[in-house]
Design a protein around this ligand. Structure first.
Ligand code: SF4
Ligand code: SF4
Length: 224
């Protein structure tokens, strides 16, 4: 039976590393190291005059393009959240990061989230919440530097999630373009259609028309 005990006073060379036959032999100059050091310094000196490819974060900040998916935020439209607390985003969220409680409101949208929270420790920035939201009420922002001091700190409530739609213009424009390209043939997505309630269209609530009929009537009036 092999003896695996080690003699630490006289360590045996590892047989796997003792064979150096494939190792390149260094020339005399290389063995001096100085020429290689000067070559390295010359390269550093040359690079000093090339344009910077890095930023001095956080003094300099990167402004991501509209396609970038930063932390999800709730869209604030005319001082209120667009969200109607339908729960689709929470349902679609793979790591179950979203929780909310729906409640009724006198506003035309009829429902609103009494509380709305995203656990940013769970969020994987997949954008599924944005994808499924029927109201464009949750979108991916350009915010990428999140810092928490505790686990509780990482749970963003409505106050911290709400962002005015004017600050999200890039992303909302991008979504409009992207969705039109994706669904335009059979959906014809328009921000105009992104309504909260039939009452938005049927202001007097007395036409008795269905939503589709109201939209058709509006289309006809625009054409005529
Ligand atoms: S981006 Fe993805 S993980 Fe984050 S809240 Fe939305 S659905 Fe959940
Ligand atoms: S999918 Fe949109 S409207 Fe529905 S609960 Fe989520 S954010 Fe609100």
């Amino acid at each position: 039976m092999a003896d695996y005990t080690q003699n630490l006073d006289q360590p045996v060379r590892n047989a796997l590393t003792a064979n150096h036959e494939n190792e390149r032999k260094l020339t005399f100059l290389e063995r001096l190291y100085l020429p290689e050091i000067f070559k390295g310094l010359a390269y550093t000196f040359k690079t000093m005059f090339k344009p910077d490819v890095t930023m001095r974060y956080p003094e300099e900040r990167w402004d991501p393009p509209a396609i970038f998916r930063g932390r999800p935020v709730l869209v604030k439209d005319n001082g209120k959240e667009r969200c109607v607390a339908c729960g689709l985003c929470a349902r679609a969220c793979p790591p179950l990061a979203i929780s909310m409680q729906a409640s009724e409101t006198e506003d035309e949208k009829e429902r609103y989230p009494e509380f709305f929270e995203i656990n940013m420790l769970r969020c994987i920035y997949c954008g599924f919440c944005e994808e499924v939201c029927p109201e464009e009420a949750i979108v991916m922002s350009k915010d990428y530097d999140l810092v928490f001091h505790s686990r509780a700190d990482a749970i963003y409530d409505k106050e911290r999630l709400l962002m005015p739609k004017e600050d999200l213009k890039d992303r909302l424009d991008f979504l409009k373009d992207y969705r039109n390209k994706q669904f335009g043939k059979f959906w014809n997505y328009k921000e105009d259609n992104n309504i909260h309630s039939v009452r938005n269209r049927d202001e007097n609530w007395d036409t008795g028309l269905s939503l589709v009929d109201i939209l058709e009537a509006k289309k006809d009036s625009v054409q005529n």
